[in-house]
Ligand binder design. Structure first.
Ligand code: GLN
Length: 545
């Protein structure tokens, strides 16, 4: 295979411009032209991974098959490409320093002063090249987190400068900036972009392509002006206009010929055929749904919707598969109690209880589940959501009124959810949960086997606590069955109710594996159940009229 090509995506002017979506969109287009591509994210913070951060700080923590706790942008990469990412796809300053310091202690640099340059920058470069070295990818896109000019980004920008120098035509830099619109004068302003490019140039990096985020179209004059002042070709000034959905961005980038400019600059052939038909169909269905359902997402971090990014996207994918727009009602679990639950959840066609950690909002989740169970509303419980479903059933159906998880009440006399044996002696917090993909075997003739239509599945986990198998017999007698089991240890991974149209709790996170081209069966099944309940309701009101 010819040399791997490296593309860097940096950001300027402001954060949150959508480097992740631009990287994923470019990767999608290259993939659609037949190239094998992967995307990597470099995060300049000192945490080893985002697993120890509160979702309010960082949004959702995304988990890969091989058990890495990563930035949520990796979720976008997988949703766009349908290719799994791994530990190597997310590198943080914490990881870089940890490994350099480990090497120093081992004596790898014996006699030398260990410094940011060259030791930290060399470590960064080797992490970037790691994916190329697998031989699996023709193109590696590396997104640099943060904004150019941030103190903590400096070693990364220097690593980019060095790689560009070393790799020549096998490397290019895309800089994402903002072209603000001043409504008072009705003008688009290019100066912030010019300044941001100047800053990159001060560090020795000349961007090859500028992707300009804008609310209004960029005319020829503006493109020429940006090109002239920033040393880039006019066709390499790419407009990235605000889109109604992130899934439109690849098509907008295709229109702007971003993929063609990239391939030309890298000296790669531009295959004429671009396979975006399925993607276009998805978008068409997303924009023109036949049905609409209202689904409640019950969680305690709803002030920051990024905390549940993959779940929200999974519901979109599941909706499209059912020709349905899923209107998500974000409901704070702390707002709900036994008295107001009927009013708060009125009219919903589906109830999803989200993952989480700790005590806050737990009783609101349990009340919501009781409501879903008693009113036969489709229910999906994910991780803590599944654990709460078990607690609710033990309390209100099996009469074990103090049933709980030992995470919340360590002295409960009915620990229906308990710490895994292997977790009991662990004291370190980072990377020590049950993480990554585990196999699960589904029982025949269950709701879940109808959902998956296969016997053996693999799903990603991120938790410490687990269904307590001592109670399994009692649960099954009372009507909550274990319909998915880990074949190695016998752990209960899925529960469902016998007397309910669609009530499923899963110990794993299906949201991490839902992609545009492969919507996850649990989201497809959940939305389908919501559509059915909705049409039944519509029927009964028409009949009553
Ligand atoms: N806090 C629970 C546990 O650790 C659930 C975790 C989650 O929802 N991801 O088991």
């Amino acid at each position: 295979m010819s040399n791997t090509k490296y593309i860097f995506v940096t950001g300027g002017v402001t954060s949150s411009l959508g480097k992740g979506i631009i990287s994923a969109s470019l990767a999608k287009l290259l993939q659609a032209r037949g190239y094998s591509v992967t995307i990597q994210k470099l995060d300049p913070y000192i945490n080893v991974d985002p697993g120890t951060m509160n979702p309010y700080e960082h949004g959702e923590c995304y988990v890969t098959d091989d058990g890495a706790e990563t930035d949520l942008d990796l979720g976008h990469y997988e949703r766009f490409l349908s290719v799994p990412t791994s530990q190597a796809n997310n590198v943080t300053t914490g990881k870089i320093y940890q490994s350099v310091i480990d090497k120093e202690r081992r004596g790898d640099y014996l006699g030398k002063t260990v410094q940011v340059i060259p030791h930290i920058t060399d470590e960064i470069k080797s992490r970037i090249r790691l994916l190329g070295k697998t031989g699996n990818y023709q193109v590696v896109i590396t997104e640099i987190g943060g904004t150019v000019g941030d103190i903590e980004s400096l070693p990364y920008v220097e690593a980019v400068r060095q790689m560009k120098w070393e790799l020549g035509k096998d490397c290019l830099v895309i800089h994402l900036t903002l072209i603000p619109y001043l409504s008072t004068t009705g003008e688009l302003k290019t100066k912030p972009t010019q300044h941001s490019v100047k800053m990159l140039q001060e560090y020795g990096v000349q961007p090859d392509i500028l992707v300009c985020r804008t609310e209004h179209k960029l005319n020829k004059d503006i493109r020429n002006k940006i090109a002239l002042f920033c040393n880039v070709a006019t066709e390499a000034v790419i407009e990235s206009i605000d889109a109604s959905t992130i899934y439109e961005v690849p098509l907008l980038m295709e229109k702007e010929k971003l993929d063609i400019v990239v391939l030309n600059k890298l000296g790669l052939p531009v295959p004429e055929n671009i396979d975006m038909e399925d993607w276009k169909q998805f978008l068409q269905k997303l924009k023109h749904p036949k049905f609409e359902v209202r689904v409640g997402l019950i969680g305690k971090y709803i002030e920051l919707k990024d905390s549940y990014k993959s779940i929200a996207e999974g519901l979109i994918h599941g909706g499209v598969a059912n020709n349905c727009r899923v209107k998500v009602e974000w409901i704070h679990s702390e707002w709900i109690n036994e008295e107001n639950v009927a009013e708060k959840l009125a009219g919903l066609s589906g109830i999803l209880v989200a993952p989480g950690f700790g005590k806050r909002g737990i009783e609101g989740k349990i009340s919501s589940i009781r409501y879903a169970r008693e009113h036969q509303i489709p229910f999906l419980g994910i991780c803590l959501g599944m654990q709460c479903a078990v607690i609710e059933f033990a309390r209100n159906v099996m009469g074990k009124s103090d049933a709980h998880s030992t995470e919340i009440n360590p002295s409960t006399s009915n620990a229906v959810i308990d710490l895994l044996e292997t977790q009991k002696n662990i004291t370190n917090k980072g990377g020590t949960m049950r993480l990554g993909a585990y196999p699960c075997q589904l029982k025949e003739d269950t709701k879940i086997s109808a959902v998956y239509k296969e016997r053996n599945i693999s799903e990603r986990h991120r938790h410490r606590y687990e269904f307590n198998n001592e109670y399994l017999g009692d649960f099954e007698k009372a009507g909550m069955i274990a319909s998915g089991i880990n074949p190695e240890g016998g752990l209960v991974e899925i529960v469902e109710l016998i007397n309910h149209p669609w009530f499923i709790g899963v110990q794993f996170h299906p949201e991490y594996k839902s992609t545009v081209m492969k919507p996850h069966p649990l989201f497809v099944g959940f939305v389908n159940a919501a559509v059915e309940i909705n049409s039944l309701k519509a029927h009964s009101t028409t009949a009553a009229n």
